[in-house]
Design a protein around this ligand. Structure first.
Ligand code: SF4
Ligand code: SF4
Length: 274
């Protein structure tokens, strides 16, 4: 993890910053001599939306996906849990999804795989103020894609790789992970870390939790909204972000039912009289 921190620092200080109109030359296709070389021995951080896309692509539950395909790196400096795609134990440390014909989950590949050779960073990360994010080029020595004669803008690349949709979902996650609570040095308790992990990475468990507990007895959520949460992982994730803001940061993103508030009030009054 220390190497990743060093890379982050270098990116913020040294890498040329690109915007959506900046151009670069790159093309990746089956004919390049390095085909598949980049799909192994690599740190791929998975976003909550990546997990939803991948586990649904594979037709498995999030719990099974986490067990089979992810690693949870431990670092005491981490403010919230992060997940890495687990590489195979072969000589090349291959990605579990790479085949001789390329990526077997291509249309649902993670954000990081779509972005390459672009990266994205926020100057405010780890420093306090949150500034406008910028793009940069990651030039891996093994990659011959830069030798191809194909000029495009950053914006064209983002659209071509289907990144816009991923970025829209990424904004919710960013609001959470770059929240002022963390910027001001706030730390999550182990219970809140678990809550964060469940909502962001184990979406099916979160659904079981919502529908198997007294959650909807306490919180005001319309029946049609509850129906959506039962059926749609993306809607559930968005709801989960709102719940995390409520539970972790005390924001008024969910409404507690009047009756529950009144009962609580009466209970407190009773205790005070004793
Ligand atoms: S998910 Fe696909 S594109 Fe990403 S490293 Fe694995 S095989 Fe390569
Ligand atoms: S190393 Fe670069 S050009 Fe080669 S397969 Fe990977 S992304 Fe494509």
């Amino acid at each position: 993890m220390r190497e990743i921190e060093k890379l982050k620092e270098a990116i913020l200080k040294e890498y040329p910053r690109l915007d959506e109109n900046s151009t670069f030359k790159f093309r990746c296709h089956k004919g390049v001599p390095c085909f598949n070389e980049c799909c192994g021995d690599v740190n791929i951080f998975l976003t909550p939306y990546d997990i939803i896309r991948l586990k649904n692509r594979l037709g498995i539950k999030s719990e099974e996906f986490l067990k089979k395909y992810t690693l949870t790196p431990f670092d005491k400096n981490l403010k919230y849990p992060v997940l890495l795609l687990k590489m195979e134990e072969d000589d090349k440390k291959s990605c579990p999804f790479v085949t001789p014909d390329g990526c077997s989950v291509y249309t649902d590949r993670p954000w990081a795989c779509r972005m390459y050779p672009l990266g994205q960073a926020s100057p405010g990360e780890g420093a306090g103020a949150i500034s406008k994010p910028f793009y940069f080029l990651l030039r891996e020595a093994v990659c011959k894609g830069f030798e191809e004669d194909n000029l495009m803008t950053v914006g064209e690349w983002l659209r071509d790789q289907g990144i816009i949709e991923y970025n829209e979902m990424g904004e919710f996650f960013k609001d959470l992970t770059l929240h002022r609570f963390f910027q001001k040095g706030g730390e999550l308790t182990p219970e809140k870390m678990e809550m964060f992990f469940m909502v962001c990475y184990n979406i099916d468990k979160f659904r079981d939790f919502l529908f198997g507990s007294s959650f909807f007895v306490k919180f005001d959520v319309a029946p049609n909204e509850q129906k959506k949460l039962k059926e749609d992982d993306v809607e559930l994730l968005k709801f989960g972000y709102a719940w995390l803001c409520f539970a972790l940061f005390g924001e008024k993103t969910l409404k507690v039912k009047e009756q529950v508030l009144n009962d609580k009030k009466k209970e407190l009054e009773k205790k005070q009289k004793k």
